[in-house]
Design a protein around this ligand. Sequence first.
Ligand SMILES: *Cc1c(COP(=O)(O)O)cnc(C)c1O
Length: 355
Amino acid sequence: MNLQSIVRKNIWNLQAYSSARDEFKGVALVALDANENPHSPKYNRYPDPRQLKVKLRLAELNKIDADCIFIGNGSDEAIDLSFRIFCEPAIDNVVIPVPTYGMYEVCANINNVECRKVLLNEDFTLDAKRVLDAVDEHTKLIFLCSPNNPSGNLFETSQMIEIIEKFKGIVIVDEAYIDFAAQESWVSMLDKYPNLIVLKTLSKAWGLAAIRLGMAFASAEIIGLFNKVKYPYNINQLTQEYVLERLEELEEKEEWVGMILDERENLSQKLKTYSFIKKVYPTDANYILIKTVDARHLYHFLTESGIVVRNRNSITLCEGCIRITVGTTAENKKLLSSLDQYAQSVAESNDKNEF
Ligand SMILES: *Cc1c(COP(=O)(O)O)cnc(C)c1O
């Protein structure tokens, strides 16, 4: 792959900002290079702009070199930077199979890049041919969210490989929910596919949504472009320190994932027993998509009982659908008891209608 041919010319030629921390990397006895306030006892110094300690730990966990990792203020930063690196506004386009995560299209719109939406199949499986048919010479990115949000399913490997092998641009595989799926990460395929970017996040399985830390994994050459374009100090010191602490707790994360998978199975089985739920979709993520008889009615009923779910009724292919995050045992019990009440109220109003 000739990377230069698909990168925006201004980005390829860009001279990155060189910060004080970039230019001096030793141990400073007297630091007078960054106009910081020396009197403040804590957090007065700029953080490591390359986040090396965090990256070394992430490299270990993901079995990849540290220079193949970009860290952003959530995966959303990596998504936005992908547009800014590869897509010439008003000229280039991206292709996304829908329904999927809404940020890809929003980022396309913000960057004035055409977003070509291609339908998934009715059961939310991926049709590689349909995706590739939407590609033209200005298509720079294809986003594949697997497991897909909001449907919850992993895409079939063979369909993804067909897209990655035939497409001349960049394929971005979003693995926000990979920890909940019985499948290996695409990070292990980066050596084989130089046009691949894999996104992960600490917001879901790691339980750290509030600190905003997302990752992109790709060739060192692509990550070099992310490093040029990002804000110099995009990950603050508090986050870097706390992440290093939390990343030591791998076993705890795995325990949480185990609990969520047990609850997911239990909840899926129970949801199937309600007559107002027409379908409970199979899921590889920490949420369950259901198709209901009347999504708006059910959504409002649950909201009234203080339970917030995600109404996906107005999304392509998701008519009547609601997405439910798998919670704690206690939270799921509350949901099920509200659903029992809803079933009862539906039955009562049906009785009335018969007179
Ligand atoms: C939640 C989610 C993310 C995570 O975004 P962050 O900015 O890292 O919190 C990314 N992709 C998908 C599909 C998601 O659902």
